[in-house]
Design a protein around this ligand. Sequence first.
Ligand code: SF4
Length: 289
Amino acid sequence: MIVKLAEKRGFCFGVEDAIEIAEAAVREHGPGQVIALGPVIHNPDVVRKLESAGLNQSGDLEQIEDGATILIRSHGAPPQFFERAEEKSLNIVDATCVLVTKAQQAVKHLHEEGYQVVMIGDADHPEVRGVLGYAPDIIVLDSIEEIETKLQRREKLGLVAQTTHSPEHVGEIIGAIAKRPFTEIKIINTLCLEVVRRQEAAVNLCSEVEVMFVLGGLHSANTRELARLCSDQNMETYHLESWSQFNPQMVTGKKIAGVTAGASTPEWIIQEFVEQLRLLEPAAHCATP
Ligand code: SF4
């Protein structure tokens, strides 16, 4: 099978940094001595690798023994979390991505300047949950329909977006907000260009292939967004975590496949997938009557 790769794909600098920080913390404090607050990144293979190197994981700060060492993952955490960690005398290793920190600070400053802060994003995503703590009355919305139900008429609106959202999606919502009678709308661009470049490369590749494979954790927001954008090109698209989820029927009758991967997908997963896909004989997978 002919396989084409998206020019930009896989690990971003924020994820690479988070993994390096986690590995260094385990080396420094010893296996079993560092507790990550949730998965370091949204990729089960990477999380398993870190666990086998000795990184522990807990979802609940209160369950962690006073004085322990904790790791804040790339998605960041709210300020209240840091305060509680200090009360418990926890040693904090902070792997928050610099772009997530920038979004947190943008929210804080907008609130201090008197804006009603609105975040365009998925309210259940850990990055958004972390950002929420930086402005007490922040509103989260993720669709044009929610504008009517969630936004009261206010004079000053301050907008930010989840770093991994696509400019198209965010732009549609901002356009719809701009049609409402807000006197002032201030937009801080918190979108991650690493993600935007992967999205553009994936969409470009769609015009050259017959089927797209988007590799990455099923809970990874940026990977899901990549898959959605490819589907929006009317492209047959499969979001898989690794080669183990591949099914030959996915390429029935196809000769050229495209492969891209989210920002938390390691290169070894991409390479294994591409090598296996290239071994497939296209003629052997033509549709049978
Ligand atoms: S996708 Fe962007 S915001 Fe998220 S960790 Fe990577 S560089 Fe940071």
